[in-house]
Design a protein around this ligand. Structure first.
Ligand code: ADP
Ligand code: MG
Ligand code: ZN
Length: 472
């Protein structure tokens, strides 16, 4: 029999806020040593009260707008009770009854075509701490307790592992380009709900849930393994499928039962009376909407229209910092296609020499736009522009001062260029003879020598024309 795979995802994303969701401790990118970012509130001291971080609401709404959700105007928090050492209050503050966003839609594209994934809801909640096990001791690190999360719950609309991977990649680039989360390793974690059913059937089969998955490769492997296990169970009655929570073991590539599926009643949810309901009025919603970053698809289209290549677009969309730098220099009046090349080729090349990545780039939009404009306006040539860029990136110099100090903008007149050409021709008799004998390639060496002698000053096109004239 042929089976159809049915998958629904619950995805947790750590938000890039300066502080935690209910206290003023630093957010998830702050802590260095275990328990550096902890206060009486987020370590569960008796009597401490949560205070809502406004920024969390705004980022959650922004995410909802990006995923085409309805935004709730009235949203509340609930306590989800369970005991575990990484949860100091023995309850997690989350949203059950009035989540912040509902009914969204995310189109995903795979080689099999396009499918719309319905979003059931997005809710805000706090993260738990981390347990570290060493021999017979266990340690608890509360840096992560109360770091803000959004959980995005889909309807069971995925039909293949490819669709799941496409959806998660899309969320990642959207959240990065929107400044919602950098989605670094471990900052985006999924619970994967899987069932299979005979092809054509309308009813869903028994589902299992694989907890806490973050790498895309592992997610793909886990889905393939689990789907096969379900199909074998139905086809050959190898085992009875029960609704349960499982974990994936990367080494064996298999999933293992962890516990029976808990139900809502197990958690004794009840409204958190310590937090007021949040009302999102028209004015606030409009404010969030107007600050909303352009969605990834629209942004890619705009770059495409400006003549930026697909490969460059891919690099930009995955990198919030770099695409923002590009947007900023464009806003300062630089040409889009030109600027993309300066950033993705020239800046990247300069960093690569030092073993650094584009994401390590430290340059202000002002400094970069000055370099780009000096070249575009013909004030200095491109080679000189590159020199300035290296000095700006490596030594943090002021670009205009560097240009003045090194006289890169000095207009070199034809007389000076001709003098240099004469000198170079005299010093490179062999290459000149080769060129005159028909070896076109020899020209490049002579031209290079002229450029070197002129130390980057002068317009390369003019120099080349004068050189060819002279050689005739
Ligand atoms: P719970 O309250 O048990 O977490 P939900 O109704 O919230 O259950 O669903 C959790 C996730 O499981 C959702 O992403 C949903 O799409 C998915 N899901 C529900 N039923 C199935 C099924 N039969 N097969 C696969 N996924 C499912
Ligand atoms: Mg659930
Ligand atoms: Zn705290």
């Amino acid at each position: 029999m042929n089976y159809e795979l049915v998958i629904g995802l619950e995805t947790h994303v750590e938000l890039d806020t300066q502080s935690k969701i209910f206290c003023s401790c630093g957010g998830h990118s702050s802590p260095k040593e275990p328990n550096d970012c902890v206060c009486p509130a987020c370590s569960g001291m008796p009597g401490m009260l949560p205070v809502m971080n406004k920024r969390v609401v705004e980022l959650a709404v922004t995410a909802g707008l990006m995923l085409n959700c309805e935004i709730s105007r009235y949203t509340t928090f609930d306590k989800k009770n369970y005991y575990y050492p990484d949860l100091p209050c023995a309850y997690q503050i989350t949203q059950l009854n009035h989540p912040i966003c509902t009914n969204g839609l995310v189109p995903v594209k795979t080689s099999q075509g396009k499918r719309d994934i319905r979003i059931k809801q997005i809710h805000m909640e706090e993260d738990a701490g981390k347990l570290v096990h060493e021999g017979k001791f266990s340690f608890v690190d509360f840096n992560r307790t109360s770091v803000p999360l959004i959980e995005i719950v889909t309807q069971p609309d995925f039909r293949s592992a490819e669709e799941v991977v496409a959806y998660l990649s899309k969320l990642k680039s959207m959240f990065r380009s929107g400044g919602i989360s950098e989605c670094e390793e471990g900052a985006m974690r999924c619970d994967i709900n899987i069932s299979v059913r005979p092809e054509g059937s309308e009813e869903y089969g028994v589902r299992t849930e694989i907890k806490n998955m973050s790498s895309l490769e592992a997610i793909e492997k886990a889905i393939r393994y689990e789907a096969q296990r379900h199909m074998d169970a139905l086809e050959f009655e190898t085992e009875e499928l029960v609704q349960e929570t499982r974990r994936f073991d990367d080494v064996s590539g298999k999933t293992f039962a962890m516990r029976n599926k808990e139900t809502e009643a197990d958690y004794r949810y009840f409204p958190d009376a310590n937090l007021m309901p949040i009302i999102i009025d028209d004015e606030w919603l409009e404010q969030i909407k107007s600050a909303k970053p352009v969605a990834v698809d629209e942004k890619a289209d705009a770059y495409r229209e400006a003549g930026i290549s697909e490969k460059e677009i891919e690099m930009l969309i995955g990198n919030f910092k770099i695409s923002k730098l590009l947007d900023d220099v464009i806003a300062l009046g630089c040409n889009a296609k030109d600027s993309a090349a300066w950033i993705l080729t020239d800046c990247a090349g300069i960093l690569r020499k030092d073993g650094l990545l584009l994401s390590d780039l430290e340059i202000t939009p002002d400094a970069l736009s000055l370099v780009i404009k000096q070249v575009a306006d013909g004030k200095i040539n491109r080679g000189a522009g590159k020199k300035v860029l290296i000095a700006v990136i490596e030594d943090k110099v002021d670009p205009m001062e560097f240009i003045k100090k090194n006289a890169l903008d000095a207009k070199v007149d034809e007389g000076a260029i001709n003098a240099v050409i004469d000198k170079v021709i005299a010093a490179n008799a062999a290459a000149v003879a080769d060129y005159k004998g028909g070896k076109e390639k020899a020209l490049q060496a002579i031209f290079g020598a002229c450029m070197k002698e002129l130390k980057g000053a002068g317009d390369p096109a003019v120099i080349r024309t004068l050189l060819i004239e002279k050689l005739k």
